[in-house]
Design a protein around this ligand. Structure first.
Ligand code: LLP
Length: 409
């Protein structure tokens, strides 16, 4: 991977370990950026997908902004060199301390706090007044699409009436009134994000069209500077993904042109599409169990390291990290955690005991960031590759750290 032997990575850092190819992430990012053509734009990388500093720094260096959902994510983005005026901040329950951080960042606060309810506007106004600053906000619109029309897992759809996210279109009028009344709030944009891992562009385009139509209206009474069509660009986990990340961008640019919004910038908030394919989770085979026709392969990575299969029934391909000749078998690959959902599904892998090390593919997004220490397990190490070498790595936490933590109260 990236010119480095993964067995050397395991020898140096152990397992389970996440490995990321920084150069491939930058290539992916540049390709997405190029899809905007002449459209003025900002790609706000959704830090929640992977908040590792070498990745965020690499994206900062090529001019990307950040989409953050918490104070800590905001501080990581700033610490990695992303300017305050390239950061947008969404979240349905932002704490006062987080709002203060956003308003207080840089010369004039972050680019925009995405407000997710009419009620939040008053709170932001009060915080800005207390800090003696103006808060720049965008209204996150919930376009109220049919839930079934958003082609992804129900846990990660956000743009429908049953979701807690965004201001319903019906409440946009009162949101605009509140913003107009709020003396310390500047409305600078409107935004939307309907869900993640969209494998088809249809619902994204539907939401973008509805967002742009609203922007054209709001523009008559407010000085907007951007529209933010959100993230959600799907990737191919091995089951196919007809839409490429650049397709979402091209379609959004085309749609924008038809609404006469040429003076506004287009923002997008992709996370997964930039990093998923360029990270793997390395694991070691711990135990085999063959019982009748069932062949279990127990590995040292579990749902605490990568929760996507357990939480969203996601299937990640698993491959040996070295070429192994000989017969193959269907293995049910599972982790060590005491839950039946700690299950990576069925995989065609070498039958013999020569299979010792494997890689869980497409684990660069929502892997480490969702990892936990459940069952007293250590958080995995992370390794960063560039130009054929390991350029940074962390070490795995010690067992003892968790034991000490549990014993300290
Ligand atoms: N913007 C907002 C407001 C979001 O809530 C999200 C993701 C994104 C952008 C980035 O979405 P992306 O481009 O990465 O699809 N843990 C789940 C995904 C949760 C996504 C949450 N919000 C998974 O592993 O599939």
């Amino acid at each position: 991977m990236g010119g480095v032997r993964l067995s050397d990575v395991v020898a140096r850092c152990g397992s389970p370990t996440y490995v990321y190819d920084l150069d491939a992430i930058v290539r992916e990012a540049r390709e997405l950026d190029a899809a905007f053509g002449p459209q003025r734009h900002l790609v706000c990388y959704a830090v929640k997908a992977n908040s590792a500093a070498p990745i965020v720094r690499a994206l900062a260096r090529i001019g990307f902004g950040a989409d953050v959902v918490s104070g800590p994510e905001l501080l990581v983005a700033r610490g990695c060199g992303i300017e305050a005026d390239s950061i947008v901040f969404s979240g349905v329950a932002k704490q006062d301390a987080e709002i203060d951080l956003a308003i207080g960042a840089g010369e004039r606060g972050i680019e925009a706090i995405s407000v997710e309810s009419v009620e939040e506007i008053g709170r932001i106004d009060a915080r800005a007044r207390a800090l003696g600053r103006m808060a720049r906000v965008s209204i996150r619109i919930n376009p109220g699409l049919e839930e079934e029309a958003i082609d992804t897992h129900s846990h990660i759809t956000t743009g429908h009436d049953e979701a807690k996210f965004g201001v319903p279109k019906a409440d946009l009028g009162s949101a605009l009134q509140s913003v107009t009344k709020a003396r310390h709030v500047d409305l600078v944009g409107i935004s939307s994000h309907i869900g993640s891992q969209l494998t088809d562009t249809a619902s994204y385009v539907e939401s973008a069209l509805s967002l742009f139509a609203l922007a054209a209206e709001i523009k008559k009474s407010h000085r907007l500077s951007f529209v933010d069509a959100g993230g959600g660009f799907g990737v191919d986990y091995g089951q196919g993904c007809p839409a490429r990340p650049a397709d979402f961008v091209r379609l959004a640019c085309n749609a924008m042109a038809t609404f006469g919004l040429g003076d506004l910038a287009l923002y997008v908030e992709p996370g997964r599409a930039l990093v998923a394919a360029h990270g793997v989770l390395l694991a070691r085979v711990i135990q085999r169990k063959v019982s009748g026709a069932r062949r279990w392969l127990m590995i040292d990575a579990g749902m605490n390291d990568l929760i996507r299969p357990a939480l969203y029934q996601a299937h990640h391909r698993i491959v040996p990290i070295e070429e192994l000749e000989g017969e193959r078998a269907r293995w049910r690959v599972v982790g060590p955690v005491c839950e039946s959902s700690d299950d990576f599904g069925e995989h065609e892998l070498p039958a013999s005991e020569a299979l010792q090390l494997c890689a869980v593919l497409d684990a660069g997004a929502y892997g480490y960031t969702m990892a936990s220490r459940y069952n007293g397990r250590a958080l995995p190490a992370e390794v960063f590759l560039s130009e054929g070498a390991i350029v940074a790595h962390t070490t795995r936490a010690e067992w003892r750290d968790w034991v000490d933590d549990r014993l300290k109260t």
